[in-house]
Design a protein around this ligand. Structure first.
Ligand code: ADP
Ligand code: MG
Length: 428
């Protein structure tokens, strides 16, 4: 019996196509980790099923193909659940064809699955070359075993055929592991450089942003030192200088905590205490804009860094107040949902369009012209991320916006009825 080389190539093609092309595509996509894992599992199954459906050689109920490449790669990269699913599906499908081969397949895939489950943890922790070696050894020994058993018990196989079978599977596993590792490595590297880029880009542009107004101030102060300046001119220069200092101040204010992203000290925070402190800071600004504050806040315990949490609340409340130039109501509310604390901050201001909403958090995105920095919301997103939380935003033009932060609850402080009532309304 001779190999049909077209069929061998076809098998090879399935393997390369499914096992390489799809991880490449998935790596680029933004799908969630869980759905990526599911797609990967289906890819493994599809590979094995394609190999079984279009075998290289099929004689007397024995199907010969490169399916073990799929089971090995699927097990090594798919983990425990994938190994088990692959084992079940491969055997179910193989039994549809019947024949002695199905029982041999059961024996091989079972020993394979046990070996893979045993070695998985070690494989995951290994560097690229060790992974390559592990995969190659598994592929080589299992192909050798299959070839020996089959040729002894069943088919009259030439040495050449055995060699090709072993070689094809081993090489396929080696190539796929090698390229998969490179794909993951580049993805990891890209992620790292992207992060580094963001930080260094921000650091440099922010120092630039702050330096600009400072240079302007310096220039006007120099002008002011001329003694023969008319009073009106002096006043004008002073106003410009003050404006520029305010600008530098607001850039630093929106960004301050972002400049030191390592949390200084994560500890238990009491939401009520923290929010009251933030409100104390924001109240003067609210009064200036005739914004009244309504707060219905409770003591819930969360993990975080006080300074970061404060900055996050300040940036959101500041935006809310700025969205109500003709007055309105700023509302703060806390509640529990399962094991999460939900903190909602809402305004009755100008609201946002869908486009504006989708751009929130983008560095330097602002609709406030020279007065805005476009750094406030970016900082907010970063801080909420560091709190292990999420932020959801709803907004309607000319009606207002609601910002809801969801963070994990650590433990609920015992609230007495009295305390609850006291906390009920915090009025400015
Ligand atoms: P800045 O406040 O300096 O403009 P931010 O990052 O804090 O920068 O906000 C970015 C933009 O998001 C604002 O310019 C504004 O258009 C929009 N925005 C943020 N919060 C609100 C809000 N509560 N209501 C309406 N628009 C908002
Ligand atoms: Mg802002």
């Amino acid at each position: 019996m001779e190999w049909l080389f077209e069929d061998l190539l076809l098998n090879f093609l399935f393997l390369l196509f499914f096992l390489l092309l799809i991880p490449i595509v998935l790596e680029q996509s933004t799908a969630s980790k869980k759905s990526k894992k599911t797609i990967m599992l289906f890819t493994f199954l599809l590979t094995i099923i394609s190999c079984l459906t279009f075998p290289i050689l099929s004689e007397d109920g024995y199907i010969f193909d490169l399916r073990y490449v799929g089971t090995i790669i699927g097990g090594l990269y798919g983990g425990v659940p994938a190994t088990i699913v692959i084992w079940v599906v491969t055997n179910l499908y193989r039994f549809l064809f019947g024949g002695t081969g199905a029982w041999l397949n059961l024996a091989f895939t079972t020993s394979h699955a046990i070996l893979l489950l045993y070695i998985l943890r070690y494989f995951r922790r290994s560097p690229k070359l060790t992974k390559l070696m592990i995969g190659t050894v598994i592929a080589f020994t299992s192909s050798l075993l299959v070839a020996i058993v089959i040729s002894l018990s069943y088919l009259s196989f030439s040495l050449f055929n055995i060699a090709v079978y072993i070689f094809a599977q081993t090489i396929a596993v080696a190539i796929i592991i090698y390229i998969t590792e490179i794909i993951y490595e580049t993805a990891l590297l890209r992620l790292r450089t992207e992060k580094m880029d963001l930080v260094s880009q921000l650091a440099s542009s922010i120092s630039h942003e702050v330096r600009n107004p400072l240079t302007v101030v310096r220039g006007f102060l120099q002008l002011l030192s001329q003694t023969d300046l008319p009073h009106k001119k002096k006043q004008e220069y002073l106003n410009i200088a003050i404006e520029e200092i305010d600008r530098a101040n607001s850039i630093i204010g929106d960004y301050l905590t972002f400049a030191k992203p390592q949390a200084a000290e994560t500890k238990l925070l009491d939401t009520k205490k923290e929010l009251i402190r933030a409100l104390d800071v924001i109240t003067p600004l609210a009064n200036m804009n005739s914004v009244s504050i309504e707060a219905k806040i409770h003591s819930f315990m969360i993990y975080g860094e006080s300074q970061l949490f404060q900055q996050c609340i300040l940036n959101i409340t500041k935006n809310c107040i700025e969205a109500m130039p003709n007055g309105g109501t700023l509302t703060l509310q806390t509640k529990l949902d399962n094991n999460n604390v939900i903190l909602c901050i809402s305004d009755t201001g100008v609201g946002m369009t869908e486009e504006q909403k989708s751009r929130l958090g983008e560095p330097y995105f602002t609709t406030k012209g020279k007065k805005g920095t476009g750094l406030g919301m970016m900082t907010v997103f970063r801080i909420i991320e560091s709190l292990d939380g999420t932020l959801s935003i709803t907004s309607e033009l000319n009606k207002g916006s609601i910002f809801c932060i969801r963070v994990p609850l650590v433990k609920q402080k015992a609230i007495t009825k009295n305390e609850e009532e006291v906390a009920a309304v915090y009025e400015s």
